[in-house]
Design a protein around this ligand. Structure first.
Ligand SMILES: Nc1ncnc2c1ncn2[C@@H]1O[C@H](COP(=O)(O)OP(=O)(O)OP(=O)(O)O)[C@@H](O)[C@H]1O
Ligand SMILES: [Mg+2]
Length: 330
């Protein structure tokens, strides 16, 4: 058996390719970003995303092999994101994987993108101690999960509407900030005071989230108070998001015995979230586990690592033909 997986990730706007060995060591990881293409629209334009993937995918795969000094015949299998994501973008990755798999005579394993995010904290180094509580806060999803171990994942609660990342991006747009809004809102928030009382939606639900009401509250406030300090609006919005995320994470840690508290997904880059999570973990005497920033946003190394789980645990239950599994079936 060879020791290398080729990971392919095209669920959204990044063409990401990686080669990862069975210890989680990343031999190469190449991400071809499409931010320049989509920034003029203030969000992802799916048709452009799929077309850009078609142009970049084969050169990006070539580059990843060159950087790792590996030949295709030396890989064990190909792991490819099978969803959730933009269907036209997913199809580019899936068809490329299937074609290469047939040509190279390698197995192709379809991987749930969110399982990839959940496993991202163990790239390059085993960081997570199980059982673990995981907060996933990405551009398209928000949920709390409990992992007894790598193959035993329960979703505790998810958002009923917008994700945290999406809410940041939309509030960023309301404030006239460049896309993606998350990092820009965070930067602006540091200069302001959280003195506006925005709602903390669903604060009384243990694990469920909702963010669309908060987004509307920010929009209504800006319409009624055009002269308000933008930094104060950003700071108050971020504080409201943090209060919700930390309260529900606290609920999870109180109810589910955990050795690690893990935050994955793009919003894990938020310095405010990192700071408040650290306080929470000190209080709950749990180890805070944050993947390096480059593994928080989309990458193919996490998809390759999740593929190793399937191979090592001998559960090839997701052949490429079964693409219609529900989103949360890991
Ligand atoms: N410092 C930050 N503070 C808050 N949000 C941030 C920060 N940096 C990035 N983000 C947000 O993270 C999101 C992107 O995260 P990610 O790449 O994990 O999402 P995605 O992969 O597109 O979504 P999904 O995995 O759900 O399909 C964007 O919404 C972006 O605004
Ligand atoms: Mg993602």
């Amino acid at each position: 058996m060879s020791d290398i997986i080729l990971g392919i990730e095209t669920s959204c706007d990044d063409t990401a390719i990686a080669l990862v060995n069975s210890n989680g060591e990343v031999l190469s990881s190449v991400v071809s970003s499409q931010v320049d293409i989509h920034s003029e629209y203030g969000g992802i334009y799916p048709e452009h995303a799929a077309r850009a993937h078609i142009h970049t995918i084969l050169p990006t795969i070539d580059l990843a092999f060159k950087k790792a000094g590996v030949k295709p015949q030396n890989i064990e299998a190909i792991g490819v994101t099978r969803g959730p994501g933009l269907i036209s973008s997913l199809l580019v990755g899936l068809n490329t994987a299937v074609g290469l798999g047939m040509g190279w005579n390698k197995k192709v394993i379809g991987i749930n993108h969110l399982r990839g995010h959940l496993r991202s904290a163990d790239l390059e180094q085993q960081r997570v101690k199980y059982p673990a509580t995981i907060l996933l806060v990405s551009g398209g999803h928000t949920f709390l999960a409990y992992m007894k171990d790598i193959n035993d994942i329960s979703i505790l609660g998810t958002t009923r509407d917008d994700s945290v990342g999406e809410t940041y991006d939309k509030v960023g747009r309301m404030l006239g900030l460049a896309y993606p809004g998350g990092p820009a809102v965070d930067r602006l928030a540091k200069e302001g005071n959280p003195n506006i009382a925005f709602p903390r939606p669903l604060l009384n639900s243990k694990f469920e989230f909702s963010f669309s009401g908060l987004k509307s509250a920010v929009s209504r406030f800006l319409a009624a108070n055009p002269d308000a300090l933008q930094a104060d609006v950003a700071a108050s919005f971020v504080q409201a998001v943090m209060d919700v995320l930390i309260k529900k994470s606290h609920n999870a840690l109180k109810n589910y015995r955990s050795k690690s508290f893990v935050i994955v997904g793009g919003v894990a880059a938020s310095p405010q979230l990192r700071q408040q999570a650290e306080k929470l973990c000190n209080k709950m005497k749990v180890e805070l586990c944050l993947p390096p920033l480059k593994w928080s946003t989309d990458n193919a190394a996490m998809i390759a690592l999740a593929t190793w789980d399937y191979i090592k645990l001998n559960i090839h239950k997701e052949p490429i033909a079964q693409l219609q599994l529900p989103i949360f079936e890991f």
